[in-house]
Design a protein around this ligand. Sequence first.
Ligand code: 5GP
Ligand code: ZN
Length: 114
Amino acid sequence: MPECLFCRIVAKEIPSKTVYEDGEIYAFEDINPQAPVHVLLVPKKHLAHTLDVTEASAPLLGRLVLAANRIARERGVAESGFRLVVNTNREGGQVIFHLHLHLLAGRPMEWPPG
Ligand code: 5GP
Ligand code: ZN
C-alpha cells in the first residue's frame, strides 16, 4: 500500500469526490475548499512536486492544464476567471508531496497571495 495520501486517493483506497479521470490524470474535490470551486488535479504517477518534472514528464503538465481548462468550462467559471496554484516545498505552502494543481474559482481572487 503506498504511503502517499494522493497515491492512495488515486488508487481509490481513500474515497474522494471524482471530478475527472483519464489514464494519467485524476481530479477530485478538495476536502477543505478555499473557494466555491476547489478541485485538485494530480498525475496518477507519483511526482513529489514540480522539481521532479523532467523533459519526459513535461507534457503531462500541459495535459493537467488542459484538464483544468475543461473543468473550468464545465463549472462555468472559465470566462469569469479562475486561479491555478501549484505549491512547491515548505515555503511554497506544499503540504501533500504529490504534485497537484489547485483549481480555484467562484469568487474574486486577491493578489498578492498570502
Ligand atoms: P498543498 O498545500 O499541498 O498544496 O495542498 C494540499 C491540499 O490537499 C489542501 O488544499 C487540502 O485541503 C487537500 N487535502 C488534504 N487531505 C485531503 C484528503 O484526504 N482528501 C482531499 N480530497 N483533499 C485533501
Ligand atoms: Zn503520490
